[in-house]
Design a protein around this ligand. Structure first.
Ligand code: NIG
Ligand code: FE
Length: 418
């Protein structure tokens, strides 16, 4: 079934039986021993009961039955960091980097984020929607049931609005949970570049005009900044965080991707939901994140595309007990990736996550990074029915295969969409 037809997709209400629950990704009402067939009860689009098929409460016995065929069941996947809505693409820049130019060199030469800004500004809202739709459908076909979509390629009120409106429309049209993030402070817009005070003037615009206007329109679920040498300083980042705090909007940060700017410590002080990239994260940044409950979002697609060699401090994050999420960081420059399962594979292979860590990274911890810990990323009673049945024997296969989509059945927002 085409994801766009979700409105007409059949209801998932009833008893889903003969399932194999992936370990660690379900909270059952009655404990399910390994190898024992499990059932899920869906009523009114909400999960009502999770447990061994043999222990199904009698009250649910009359409900319609869906045979799970012994398939592996997980919660719907959560992609907690994407820049999915943009105009154009940047294959030319990919070629430049292959010829030896660094990401910073491309950006300083007028390419990079700013080239996507030009293409995004030139596109209408409908054109942006049409471009983003197949990208989102590709992610959804692999079991994504909640996704974050950032702005940050408009860098002017009307164009940031256009991006965020498209993100909202996509969520409504496809019946998927979309969390929007305002990333007005992603790069200095070309019209501010080279001006004395240009960066501060733009940050003032972001804080005093763009963010309040977009928040008032209900378009902003979170606020993000690219805190980096080629983007915004620590002081500028804090100004944006203060503006978000005044409006009661949670923050997150593109932090320590190319250098250690101390962004994670700052973000933790503002109770950030997540710090993302963090290849150059220091030990005190880790401790600050741990104390604040901030999720570490790992983005192996960007690490791979940029041929980075600085690994994020995985062992230290693990030792400190910082929850780690894994995301596509889908964007046209550093991570043109449309497979969250491939990112789980790469998180294991490149970053040395264990398989259970990678699976928590694309489910429970990703949900937490979006403030969705109570509704997404875990199969449990009381949550909206978002789950996936996979043509796989064991959960480890989710992170093992790549270039292959093993999703057989997808239930999203209580409907059987695939
Ligand atoms: O997450 N790091 C900054 N932002 C994006 C890249 C955006 C771009 O190059 O277009 C990222 O990697
Ligand atoms: Fe990003």
């Amino acid at each position: 079934m085409n994801n766009a037809d979700r409105i007409t997709a059949p209801s998932a209400d009833g008893v889903w039986e003969n399932l194999h629950l992936a370990p660690g990704l379900a909270s059952a009402d009655v404990a399910v021993a390994e190898g024992v067939p499990a059932s899920l009860v869906v009523q009114g689009g909400v999960l009502r009961w999770v447990g061994p098929s043999a222990a199904l409460p009698a009250a649910y016995a009359p409900l319609a039955r869906h045979d799970g065929g012994g398939l592996l069941a997980t919660p719907g996947l959560v992609d907690c960091h994407t820049h999915l809505v943009y105009g154009g693409q940047r294959a030319g820049e990919f070629a430049m980097r292959l010829a030896g130019a660094s990401y910073e060199e491309v950006a300083r030469a007028g390419g990079g984020i700013v080239s996507s800004v030009r293409a995004t500004r030139a596109a209408s809202e409908d054109e942006l929607y049409a471009a983003a739709l197949p990208r989102l459908q590709t992610l959804l076909a692999e079991g994504v049931c909640a996704i974050e979509i950032k702005s940050g390629y408009g860098l002017a009120l009307e164009h940031e609005r256009k991006q965020l409106r498209v993100a909202r429309r996509l969520g409504e049209r496809l019946g998927v949970t979309v969390r929007t993030t305002f990333l007005g402070a992603h790069a200095l817009p070309p019209e501010y570049a080279g001006k004395p005070q240009g960066s501060q003037d733009y940050i003032d615009l972001v804080c005093n005009q763009m963010l309040p206007a977009l928040a008032a329109e209900g378009l902003v679920d979170a606020v993000d900044v690219f805190c980096e040498r080629i983007a915004f300083s620590l002081g500028e980042t804090e100004q944006v965080f203060q503006a978000a705090q005044r409006l009661g909007i949670p923050v997150k940060l593109h932090a320590e991707q190319l250098s250690d700017m101390g962004g994670s410590r700052l973000a933790a002080r503002y109770g950030a939901m997540s710090c993302d990239h963090i290849e150059h994260l220091s030990q005190d940044g880790i401790e600050a994140m741990q104390a604040a409950g901030t999720v570490a979002v790992l983005l192996p697609g960007a690490y791979y595309t940029l041929r980075d060699t600085q690994l994020p401090p995985i062992a230290q994050l693990r030792a400190a007990g910082v929850p780690m999420a894994v995301s596509t960081d889908h964007n046209p420059g550093t991570s043109p990736a449309l497979s969250l399962l491939l990112m789980a594979n790469m998180a294991c292979t490149l970053f040395r996550l264990t398989v259970p860590e990678a699976l928590a990274g694309i489910t429970t911890h990703a949900a937490r990074a979006l403030g969705l810990a109570d509704t997404h990323g875990l199969i449990a009673a009381g949550r909206p029915a978002n789950f996936v049945l996979w043509q796989l024997r064991e959960a480890a296969e989710l992170a093992y295969w790549f270039g292959h989509n093993p999703a057989r059945t997808i239930v999203r927002q209580g409907r059987i969409v695939q």
